[in-house]
Ligand binder design. Structure first.
Ligand SMILES: [Zn+2]
Length: 43
């Protein structure tokens, strides 16, 4: 499994790929409440 696939798997489960904390939805983006990691949907 590539790193990108791991990230997508975690994100699809609402979990931060960096610290396994819970992700929060913010204005079309996902943001980690623990470490500040974030991902925005593009397109
Ligand atoms: Zn995190």
């Amino acid at each position: 499994m590539t790193n990108d696939e791991k990230v997508r798997k975690f994100v699809s489960e609402g979990i931060c790929p960096v610290c396994q904390n819970k992700l929060a939805h913010k204005e079309g983006c996902l943001e980690c409440e623990g470490c500040g990691w974030g991902l925005c949907e593009e397109g």
